[in-house]
Design a protein. Sequence first.
Length: 136
Amino acid sequence: MTTLVDRLRDRGWRLTAQRRVIAEAMAGEHVHLTAEEVLERARAALPEVSRATVYNTLNEMVSIGEVLELTHADGRKRYDPNVADRHHHLVCVDCGRMLDVHADDPQLAPDQRHGFEVLDVEVTFRARCPECRGAT
């Protein structure tokens, strides 16, 4: 699997030290971090990374299509670097944990489209994770 850093490099995107640690902070499976979480991870590798640099870099990566911006049910934005693999999300309604899941896209019957041209489908499964289920 190609990493976010590799994809950015292949695009010819200028990878400064700050941009690199921000992209590296988003490595792994099921990554759906807030900007503050990205900042925390990036600062662990490069303490001088600024909050503004993280926000600007995330916005740039979203605008070029290398990161998805998701709005969580709690209103906070999360960033998903998994743009190559068509997927949906499974979200715990208690703790906010978010995982990628692969499921067939639901279909909208022609008589339910009201003349709209369907361009994309986003599905979020709201659930309770095993840890939160055990806590109640």
